[in-house]
Design a protein around this ligand. Structure first.
Ligand code: G3H
Ligand code: ZN
Length: 284
C-alpha cells in the first residue's frame, strides 16, 4: 500500500535497518524499484525531485503511474512517494495535493530561523493530509538537479535538536559530509556528530548521497539512528552502463525496448543489492 514514511522509518529505527529511497527518472525506474521491493519483501521510498517530476510530466502523472503499477503488480509492501529536496512551501503543497505521501522541505541553505519557519509551515499542511515531512540542516555536497552546493557545511547538533522540537518533522537529514553523485576518494562522514544528533533528536535520521558509501559506513550510520538512505546516481550509472553495452554490441539497434529493458534489469539488480545491504529485505 501507499503510505507515509513515518511508521516505516520508526519501525526501521527500532529494528535497526535502513529503508532505501530510490529516485525515479522515468517509467522503467518505477517498474524496477517496485518489482525489487516486492521480491525482497522490503519497504521502499520512491524519491521524486522537482526536476525529475517535471521530466515525467508533473507530480500528478508520477502518482498515477506509481498507483497503476502497484495495482498491476499487486504490491503488498509499504511504498512512499516522496518529494526529494523540495525547494519551497509551494513545491511541497503541490506534491501533497497531487497525492505524494511524503515530502522533503530543503530550506537548509537559508538562515536557521527561516528554515524553522518554512519547515513548520510545511509540517502543518502535510500532517493535515497524513503526509510525512523530512527537513535538512547543513549542506550536502555535489549537485543534484537544481540543488548545487559550493561547499560542504556540517549540520550543528544543537540546531538539529531545536529544528526537530520546534517544527514537528518526522525525520531529519543532517548533512555530515555526504555528497550527491560519486565521491572523490572515500567519503569522510561526521560520525561523531551523527551519533550525537541521533541520540539527541528523537526522529529517525536520513543519509543523502548514498551512492559510493561503503558498507561499513552504512552499517555505522544505521547504528547511530539513520533509518533512510537515499540512492540515485548508482542506479543511473548501472542503467546507463547496461544501455551502452547493448548499443555497443548492436550498433544497428533502434528498438528502445531492446536497450531500455536491460537498463531496467540493471536498476532492479542494484536496488535488490541495496535492500540487502541496508537490511530492509524481508522486513515487509
Ligand atoms: O536525494 C537524493 C540523494 O541524496 C541521492 O544521492 O545520487 O549520490 O546517490 P546520490
Ligand atoms: Zn539528496
Amino acid at each position: 500500500p501507499l503510505v507515509s514514511m513515518k511508521e516505516m522509518l520508526e519501525l526501521a529505527k527500532e529494528k535497526s535497518y535502513g529503508v532505501g529511497q530510490f529516485n525515479l527518472n522515468n517509467l522503467e525506474y518505477a517498474q524496477a524499484i517496485l518489482q525489487a521491493a516486492e521480491e525482497e519483501k522490503s519497504p521502499v521510498i520512491l524519491g521524486v525531485s522537482e526536476g525529475a517530476g517535471r521530466y515525467m510530466g508533473g507530480f500528478k502523472v508520477v502518482v498515477a503511474m506509481v498507483k497503476s503499477l502497484m495495482e498491476e503488480y499487486g504490491t503488498t509492501v509499504p511504498v512512499a512517494i516522496h518529494l526529494d529536496h523540495g525547494s519551497s512551501f509551494e513545491a511541497c503543497a503541490k506534491a501533497i495535493h497531487a497525492g505524494f505521501t511524503s515530502v522533503m522541505i530543503d530550506a537548509s541553505h537559508g538562515p536557521f530561523e527561516e528554515n524553522v519557519a518554512i519547515t513548520s509551515k510545511v509540517v502543518e499542511l502535510a500532517h493535515i493530509h497524513g503526509v510525512s515531512v523530512e527537513a535538512e540542516l547543513g549542506t550536502v555536497g555535489g549537485q543534484e538537479d537544481d540543488v548545487v552546493a559550493d561547499g560542504v557545511i556540517y549540520a550543528d547538533p544543537k540546531e538539529c535538536q531545536e529544528l526537530v522540537e520546534r517544527t514537528g518533522i518526522d525525520c531529519l537529514a543532517p548533512a555530515l559530509g555526504s555528497v550527491h553523485g560519486p565521491y572523490k576518494g572515500e567519503p569522510n562522514l561526521g560520525f561523531k556528530e551523527m551519533e550525537e544528533i541521533g541520540s539527541a533528536a528523537s526522529v529517525p535520521l536520513v543519509l543523502h548521497g548514498g551512492t559510493g558509501i561503503p558498507t561499513h559506513d552504512i552499517k555505522r550510520a544505521i547504528s547511530y539512528g539513520t533509518s533512510k538512505i537515499n540512492v540515485n546516481t548508482e542506479n543511473q550509472i548501472a542503467q546507463t552502463k547496461a544501455v551502452r553495452e547493448v548499443l555497443a554490441e548492436q550498433p544497428e539497434q533502434y528498438d528502445p525496448r531492446k536497450y531500455l529493458g536491460p537498463g531496467r534489469d540493471a536498476i532492479k539488480a542494484t536496488v535488490v543489492g541495496k535492500m540487502r545491504e541496508f537490511g530492509s529485505s524481508g522486513q515487509a
